[in-house]
Design a binder for this molecule. Structure first.
Ligand SMILES: C[S@@+](CC[C@H](N)C(=O)[O-])C[C@H]1O[C@@H](n2cnc3c(N)ncnc32)[C@H](O)[C@@H]1O
Length: 298
């Protein structure tokens, strides 16, 4: 398996722009090795190889996928010392090609500012352990196919894309599956390409794309609702906030969020088999734009 994956990491490194990121979701596995129960450390094997070919490894994320399954405990139960801790996490390895990305041109700087996250999102998303994303399907339905395709949750791809790329960037998934990555890229205003060897997943992929306008609408609006809820609570406790967002005019914590604008996908059109174009709103969602100074005085 790792010999096959190695070729993918090499090709990913080749096609990445300097300063671009590779995010690899991988779980370790338990195996019987020479008759003994043991851990096969997939993440360590991938980290070793990807660094050898030139990637710069950055602090990674532990994705805690809680399970209530009764068989999650392994080994000799309550009797020491033959029990093993549960394997309820996977890794998201964060790798960069070369040095830090630079945003030199004015247009790039502006686009970067417009791609900003909310302060409270930064606090949660840039934590090294993600407890709040369930391993079960989210946002996109079609449970049976998702299970078969080993799809990861939409939120996982959505966060990573928003954390490590800017609007208009190109996101590539070498193992497309149900198209979770490309869907999350559409919802985030990024271009995307995916490779998938299994033709059987095409229908599911197309259905996901048909639903992406509504899926994005829900995800984006929830982000805005969460933000407003967060700042109103904060104002209640700490008083008026210093900054306001220039598009929505709602209060924000830092000056870096001033130009944040979440462009909503409006239409998706199939232009040829497996190729879609998406049109986006260029303005802020009207229902979130109002005179927020009254709430500021809470
Ligand atoms: C774990 S799934 C990816 C799931 C995907 N990230 C999602 O959330 O929907 C891996 C996928 O890679 C595909 N795959 C395996 N080998 C491949 C190859 N050589 N080229 C392209 N796709 C491949 C499999 O068919 C499978 O759908």
């Amino acid at each position: 398996m790792h010999q096959i994956l190695d070729a993918t990491w090499k090709e990913s490194y080749r096609v990445l722009k300097p300063g671009g990121f590779a995010c690899i979701n991988i779980g370790d596995a338990t195996r019987t090795v020479n008759g003994n129960f043991a851990l096969y450390t997939n993440h360590a094997r991938i980290l070793k190889f990807t660094q050898e070919i030139g990637f710069c490894a950055l602090p990674c994320i532990l994705w805690r996928k809680q399970t209530n399954a009764p068989n999650k405990f392994m080994g000799s139960g309550m009797l020491p010392a033959g029990a093993y801790v549960t394997l309820e996490h996977e890794y998201i390895l964060i790798l960069r090609k070369g040095a830090k990305r630079e945003f030199k041109k004015d247009t790039d700087k502006k686009n970067r500012r417009s791609s900003a996250l909310f302060w409270e999102e930064r606090n949660l998303w840039f934590s090294d352990i993600w407890f709040d994303i369930k391993g079960s399907p989210q946002a996109i339905n079609d449970k049976n196919t998702r299970k078969r395709s080993a799809a990861y949750p939409f939120e996982l791809a959505y966060r990573l894309i928003n954390m490590y790329s800017a609007k208009g960037d190109l996101v590539l998934d070498p193992y497309l599956g149900m198209g979770t990555t490309t869907s999350a890229a559409i919802a985030s205003g990024r271009n995307s390409i995916g490779y998938e060897i299994d033709n059987m997943l095409q229908d599911a992929n197309n259905r996901t794309k048909e639903a992406i306008i509504e899926t994005s609408r829900q995800i984006i609006r929830q982000r805005l609702v969460n933000h407003i809820d967060f700042v109103l609570k904060r104002i209640n406790v700490k008083g008026k906030l210093k900054y306001n967002n220039s598009h929505y005019e709602f209060p924000i914590i830092t000056a870096q969020e001033k130009e944040l604008l979440i462009n909503e996908p409006l239409t998706i059109t199939s232009v040829e088999q497996n190729v879609f174009t998406v049109n986006y709103s260029l303005t802020a969602q009207q229902e979130f734009c109002k005179d927020w100074s009254i709430s500021q005085q809470l």
